[in-house]
Ligand binder design. Structure first.
Ligand SMILES: [Zn+2]
Length: 384
């Protein structure tokens, strides 16, 4: 049995302080798991589970836009425009099902309706089941109970579960706050319980724990659509030809139906602003109605919001953020620890990419999984 646990929003630096307790328990440790750009939950989780980047799976951010109308589409609840058969067939769940292995998946983004998952618990489904206002702690309690039940049932070959509490509390109180730190201790306790349940199952197992991205502290907010509304492109904004879209996690996607040269001028203009780190042009082979033409990467203490006048600015009071380029902002990167029958004991690995998770799990199962990622070097024990 292979179990993959995602601890949402925990940077490699914040994990490192606690890494010793994992090493003492026989875990191998990859100090830095390079995340996606933008470094947001849905992009990173889709990349981890498909083994390919957003040019293939088309999950760019937690929100996307329809370039014809500039309609903003929130993927929370796994909107079917992106979360469809073409995405499901790229996931590791598909390759496992092809090889008659059974999967259980708990609170993983973009899994709604995935027919290759035998037991699926979605985050939105769990929220509906809990009466009244749902806290993030309650969501993670459900994730723990479901994970332990799945292990004890011995019905699945692969279990993937995601814990959301640390990310939510970091946004709200700050990544180094007491609230986030207490949550982290609780999550480590959960990992211990999962590991114990696996030991008790008396079946061979591997346990992999990773995070999708880290966080950085907020200093200021930035509203690029308001800047467009006061610029020479104001008519293009009003005609729904251009739009910045984001969910307040930091960087923003730029959508445009204008010509390349005009996009270039807009990008150059924004690149000159003090809040902007770089405006990345997205040039790829894939074409999709939901594909942005660029990503506005802000300085990592600046939070981009996509308010369009005459909407009123909504200050989210976020204390910590993510979304920035992992090559520029090291805090965006995650970590990975792993242990198990097929995994090296106490091996320290420097860094690897998040897209290598799916092919590594496929290698543990000894099945093929077509994707861009590669098996993580030196993690799996080699027998003669
Ligand atoms: Zn996340």
């Amino acid at each position: 049995m292979n179990v993959l646990i995602s601890l949402d929003g925990l940077s490699h630096q914040n994990f490192e302080r606690s890494s010793q307790q994992f090493i003492m328990n026989g875990f191998s440790y990859c100090k830095k798991l390079i995340t996606t750009f933008p470094s947001v939950t849905f992009n990173a989780h889709a990349t981890a589970m498909t083994g390919s980047n957003h040019d293939k799976h088309l999950v760019f951010d937690n929100v996307v836009s329809r370039s014809g109308t500039m309609e903003r589409i929130e993927l929370y609840g796994d909107h079917e425009i992106i979360c469809n058969e073409s995405l499901h067939e790229q996931t590791l769940f598909y390759s496992l099902a092809e090889n008659e292995r059974k999967s259980c998946c708990i609170h993983w983004p973009m899994t709604s309706g995935n027919p290759y998952i035998h037991h699926l618990v979605t985050e939105s489904g769990s929220k509906k089941k809990i009466q009244g206002t749902v806290s993030v702690e309650e969501i993670d309690t459900v994730a723990l109970l479901e994970t332990i039940q799945a292990i004890e049932s011995a019905a699945y070959d692969f279990i993937a579960a995601r814990f959301v509490c640390y990310d939510a509390l970091s946004h709200q109180y700050g990544k180094d706050s007491m609230e986030a730190a207490r949550c982290l201790e609780m999550l480590f306790e959960y990992i211990g319980q999962i590991d114990n349940a696996l030991k008790k199952s008396h079946r061979p197992y591997n346990l992999i724990v990773f995070s999708d991205h880290g966080q950085s502290d907020v200093r200021t907010f930035f509203y690029p659509n308001e800047i467009l509304a006061q610029s020479r492109w104001q008519q293009n904004l009003h005609n729904n030809q251009i739009r910045f879209v984001g969910d307040g996690s930091g960087s923003l996607l730029f959508y445009s139906s204008l010509e390349h040269q005009q996009n270039r001028e807009i990008m150059d203009y924004f690149s000159g602003l003090p809040q902007v780190n770089l405006f990345y042009a997205l040039e790829g082979e894939s074409s999709s109605e939901y594909r942005p033409v660029g990503i506005l990467d802000l300085n990592h203490t600046v939070c981009g919001e996509d308010i369009v006048p005459p909407e009123q600015p909504k200050y989210r009071n976020m204390k910590s953020l993510h979304g920035y380029h992992p090559a520029n902002v090291d805090e965006m990167n995650g970590f990975m620890v792993c242990k198990g029958d097929q995994i090296e004991i106490n091996k320290i690995m420097d860094e690897t990419n998040i897209e290598n998770i799916a092919p590594t799990i496929a290698a543990l199962f000894q099945i093929s999984h077509p994707c861009d990622g590669r098996k993580i070097k030196g993690m799996i024990r080699e027998y003669d």
